[in-house]
Design a protein around this ligand. Structure first.
Ligand code: NAD
Ligand code: ZN
Length: 214
């Protein structure tokens, strides 16, 4: 555990000779220049240029000074999955003024990894299609689902409650609308509360639109 007191305590560079430039106010230790468009990380309070820390976080979401981890819970979704997005002009019930976002998920068959219920045993892949309104809020949910997919949170391997089949790719507590019509009973629209509920489910897994605070 390093430097819980934030910057300027002088404790984080044990063994370094002379003052650590990263401790200086308004100095970005990524580009080693004066901070431009300052962004301060919310847990550890270290500051960088916005561009510098954003591109560093693309590689790994941790503070380059103190290594504090930022979010990015990784799930157990098989690694061989694909998520593709297309758009159609037709509207969904309740969102007639908008087009429709169609998400296709596809997983081929594979062998379970150590994080799965039966490592070394084969699992059956799956193909799923899900729908979102092509509205501002629907596109926000899409971005969150794309992050969740990258973090391997949307599916897992286990026993399907619906089909009873074991060793198969199944949903993992982030609900999708797999039907355009029929309402909630059919996993379809209309369902006015759905977009908010799924954002709450995403939030439970650490997926929110706030990455780091300003
Ligand atoms: P599951 O049955 O263990 O259920 C996991 C979650 O998904 C539950 O919260 C459940 O309410 C929800 N869910 C159940 N049916 C759904 C549906 N049709 N659309 C959206 N959400 C649904 O998980 P699972 O086996 O991944 O999902 C079951 C559904 O997926 C079934 O309708 C099944 O026919 C369909 N499906 C399964 C496979 C497969 O290979 N397991 C392939 C294609 C479609
Ligand atoms: Zn830090």
């Amino acid at each position: 555990f390093v430097n819980g007191q934030g910057r300027g305590s002088g404790a984080e560079s044990a063994g370094a000779v002379g003052p650590n430039p990263c401790d200086q106010e308004d100095y970005c230790c990524i580009c080693m220049d004066k901070i431009q468009r300052k962004k301060t990380l919310d847990k550890c309070q270290h500051s960088f240029c916005r561009e510098c820390i954003d591109s560093a976080f693309q590689v790994k979401s941790c503070c380059p000074v103190c290594m504090t981890l930022y979010g990015n819970l990784t799930g157990t979704q098989p690694r061989n999955g694909q998520m593709t997005v297309t758009r159609q002009p037709f509207g969904l019930p309740g969102y007639e003024g908008h087009g429709t976002i169609i998400i296709n998920y596809s997983f081929s068959d594979g062998i379970q990894e150590p994080e799965h219920p039966s490592p070394g045993v084969g699992y059956r892949g799956t193909f799923r299609e899900a729908y979102l309104p092509d509205s501002e809020e629907g596109n926000k949910v899409l971005r969150l689902l794309q992050r969740a997919f990258q973090q391997r949170l949307v599916f897992t391997v286990g026993t399907s409650a619906t089909t009873g089949r074991s060793n198969t790719v199944i949903w993992n507590d982030i609900h999708h609308k797999t039907s355009s019509h029929g309402g909630p009973q059919c996993f379809g629209y209309p369902d006015p509360g759905y977009l908010l509920r799924v954002q709450e489910e995403l939030r439970m897994k650490g997926i929110t639109e706030e990455g780091v605070s300003d």
